[in-house]
Design a protein around this ligand. Structure first.
Ligand code: PLP
Length: 477
């Protein structure tokens, strides 16, 4: 047999062997009802363990392509050829082999627990239903007629919304732009995905914060990118780290979440912002500034965004209504050079033919109304209260076992716990007690951290949740 499994492949050896035999069966190399080589012989020929061949044959048996009988070896099934139209595709293999990677198993587990059980939710990065401006939305819906074109809209998104965003970012973020430099996306998430897929290619080196929301996203790996980590300290990333990563790996893009960062809550220091921009201008590294949280700084002070200081066109600015209005609206946007925006809009067209007009219409009405500023004031106060509840509950219950910096905005609290505690144990035991959070290893390379999100749960529940977590922690130590 000339064929040999590829030992450098990511695919396991037994799967490669199963696939090889499956191909051989469909090409006629191994006809129906023929006896396949014995496990021992095939193991010798392919230079693998016999158990690997057993696993490959077992895989083929489970999908009905071969039959195995004790003492008489492994045969190609007889009914494959006559009734080949009845063969079931090996969905398991399709599901595993697609180039777009699934979420981490732990992320999937947390999502399913949150959906299926009554838990105190200190995991989901969103606002509580009580903080979503439902009444204002009802007022808009009942007082203003919806008369919009229900055909496909402009590839970059509804023009009225893009104009409103132009004024919004001027007023709140000091960013000068115009509607033609904006693309409406399905949240900041789609903006990140489009950038990764359209502007980078497999093998490109990108720098992301450690820990960070980006660290948790499989989209970078799916796109074949090499990700390098920029450690986050209490003032955000250190520009010198970016410089040394660039010298070693030629960084093609850097992804930053400068304000009330997810998960650390950190605000990037103004001097570091300036230096990062200088480096970007000197070295030509594009910056993706992901900014869903800056408006929820509790004292109302918003730092100059990188984009507002970018006279060169180096920054792709992303924001979204998810963390300040409603995550279910799925309204996000990118601001950048026109040629980039057009390229991304073309890709969005291929993916979904543009954004639905309904959420764009209501987002436009709400953002452009007097409700918006009052709503932001309310959200700031409510989140500050929840922040106070979670930090004081932690201090009271387990102040000696958990360390954190109190964030000045946003919805996340990053806590350090004893790194010898097994994260899965503490998460599973906490879920048994009815509270869920995100273990730090999903979001960063360091052990011994936990992210609590306090935007989703009500203050009383936050207190209860921390009490339950504290009980679990006490028992584990
Ligand atoms: C920093 C950051 N960027 C992007 C997103 C994606 O949010 P959305 O797609 O809902 O706007 C999140 C969500 O948690 C986030 O924290």
């Amino acid at each position: 047999m000339e064929w040999k499994p590829d030992r450098n492949s990511k695919k396991s050896i037994y799967k490669q062997i199963a696939e090889y035999i499956e191909q051989g069966i469909s090409s006629g190399l191994f006809p129906a009802d023929s006896l396949l080589p014995s496990e021992r012989k095939l193991a010798q020929e392919l230079d693998v363990n016999r158990s690997t061949i057993i696993a490959a044959y077992e895989e083929l048996r489970s999908i009905g392509i071969v039959e195995r009988r004790k003492g008489s070896g492994t045969r190609v099934s007889t009914d494959i050829w006559g009734i080949s139209h009845k063969r079931i595709p090996n969905w398991g293999r399709y599901v595993e082999d697609g180039s777009f990677l699934p979420n981490l198993p732990l992320v999937q587990q947390i999502r399913s627990e949150v959906q299926n059980r009554e838990l105190i939710n200190l995991a989901s990065g969103e606002l509580s239903p009580h903080l979503i401006p439902n009444d204002q939305f009802q007022n808009i819906l009942s007082s203003q007629p919806f008369i919009e074109n229900l055909g496909y809209d402009h590839p970059q998104g509804n023009e009225l919304l893009r104009e409103t965003i132009t004024s919004h970012v001027k007023q709140f973020k000091n960013i000068e732009t115009d509607a033609s430099s904006i693309l409406i996306t399905s949240g900041a998430q789609q903006a990140l995905h489009l950038i990764v897929e359209c502007l980078l290619k497999p093998g490109d080196a990108v720098a992301i914060e450690d820990p960070s929301y980006c660290y948790s996203l499989p989209v970078f790996q799916s796109a074949g990118l090499r990700t390098f980590l920029l450690p986050v300290d209490k003032h955000g990333i250190n520009p010198d780290d970016l410089l040394s990563l660039h010298k070693k790996h030629r960084i093609r893009m850097v992804f930053l979440n400068p304000d009330h960062q997810n998960p650390t809550g950190t605000v990037l220091h103004p001097a570091r912002r300036k230096r990062i921009l200088e480096l970007s201008f000197e070295l030509g590294i594009p910056i993706v500034e992901d900014d869903p949280y800056s408006l929820v700084s509790y004292n109302g002070e918003v730092n100059p965004t990188l984009k507002s200081m970018d006279y060169n066109g180096n920054v792709l600015y992303i924001s979204s209504l998810s963390k300040i209005v409603a995550s279910g609206l799925r309204i996000g946007w990118i601001i950048g050079p026109k040629q980039v925006i057009q390229r991304l809009a073309d890709a969005k067209q291929q993916v979904d033919f543009g954004h639905s007009i309904f959420p764009q219409w209501i987002a436009n009405k709400f953002l452009g109304s007097e409700y918006f500023a009052a709503h932001i004031d309310k959200i700031r106060a409510e989140l500050e209260l929840r922040n106070h509840v979670i930090t004081s509950s932690l201090k009271e219950c387990i102040g000696d076992k958990v360390k954190f910096s109190i964030p000045s905005g946003g919805i996340h609290l990053w806590c350090k716990i004893d790194p010898s505690i097994n994260e899965y144990d503490i998460l599973n035991k906490s879920m048994e007690k009815g509270v869920v959070f995100v273990p730090g290893s999903i979001l960063g390379s360091q052990k011994g951290n936990i992210r609590f999100t306090f935007g989703r749960a009500e203050p009383d529940d936050i207190q209860k949740g921390i009490l339950r977590f504290a009980e679990v922690l006490e028992h584990l130590q």
